[in-house]
Design a protein around this ligand. Structure first.
Ligand code: PAF
Length: 287
């Protein structure tokens, strides 16, 4: 595996791969890799024949009081895991390579109106602007044919697909199912902030989503009020398990906006705080 830190080096290597008619598949990450990331890499290997993974903890997507400085950095271990999977290239840029302008406050931003400010964006107002900006820059640097993201970050995946459509990036975006612990807890680098007791309790998030999804499927009316009752109950169940729930919404998954009665393709998305970890999860529903 080739480990590259400079954009010019990466560009030269990608040009070589493209000249050799390789299809470049790209997995952007912030490192601290777990099974969920490795699933993305495995999918990338199916989708392309030259796999690039990036690790960059992007300051633009962290708010002032968030966990940027504490975010787990495990580069050596990550590099070993990726080499074991025969990844072709690991891109490890530093801040000067990612934001060469220096002052990141003056960086050109990619900002998707409305949807970036909803759900996770309500509590993390600059988060998605930071994500779409760094992903756009990474896309322009790596120029992959296909890019792979996890479905755990459902709103992120939706916004990246929208950005790719809106800005005509010639890139396919593929979403991969969430990797879970046996308990159902979605794998996440932030699970590392949880104590053993909290990890046990945190599995309730998945349980509540499954129960709410089942109740919606079984509901005869699926009226606005009956779904509201179910989401209220879900909130209570999360609180009982020790969560501080932030939101739980039943949405049309094609628009990521409030579901209408006749909608058939839905998703429930939720975020809740357990101790020091803000956890998110979702479940798709087909009616
Ligand atoms: O999902 C992540 O790890 C990050 O948000 C991403 C897509 C790598 C951008 O920094």
């Amino acid at each position: 595996m080739n480990i590259i830190k400079r954009v010019s080096q990466l560009r030269a290597a990608i040009t070589g791969a493209k000249q050799a008619k390789k299809r470049v598949a790209f997995v952007p990450t912030m490192g601290n890799l777990h099974q969920g990331h490795l699933d993305l890499v495995k999918r990338a290997k199916l989708e392309g024949d030259f796999v690039v993974v990036s690790i960059y903890v992007n300051p633009l997507q962290f708010g002032e009081n968030e966990d940027l400085s504490k975010y787990p950095r495990t580069e050596k271990q990550d590099a070993r895991l990726l080499a074991d999977l025969d990844v072709d290239m690991l891109f490890l840029p530093d801040e000067a390579a990612m934001y060469p302008g220096g002052d990141i406050g003056q960086q050109t931003m990619v900002d998707i109106p409305t949807l970036s400010g909803l759900y996770c964006g309500e509590q993390r107002p600059i988060h998605f602007r930071g994500v779409t900006t760094v992903v756009a820059r990474l896309f322009n640097i790596v120029q992959p044919e296909v890019a792979i993201f996890g479905k755990k970050d459902y709103q992120q995946l939706f916004l990246i697909k929208k950005m790719v459509d809106d800005l005509a990036f010639p890139i396919e975006v593929a979403g991969v199912e969430t990797a879970r612990e046996e308990s159902g807890l979605a794998m996440s680098s932030r699970n590392g902030y949880l104590t053993k007791a909290q990890i046990k309790k945190a599995a309730t998030l998945r349980k509540v989503l499954v129960e709410t999804a089942d109740a919606i499927k079984e509901s005869k009316t699926r009226s606005k009020t009956s779904v509201q009752k179910l989401t209220k109950q879900a909130f209570k169940d999360l609180e009982k398990a020790g969560f501080d729930p932030h939101y739980l919404h039943v949405l049309n998954r094609l628009t990521l906006l409030e579901r209408q009665k006749e909608d058939k393709e839905l998703v429930i998305i939720a975020a809740a705080q357990m101790g020091k970890a803000r956890l998110i999860d979702n479940i798709e529903i087909d009616l």
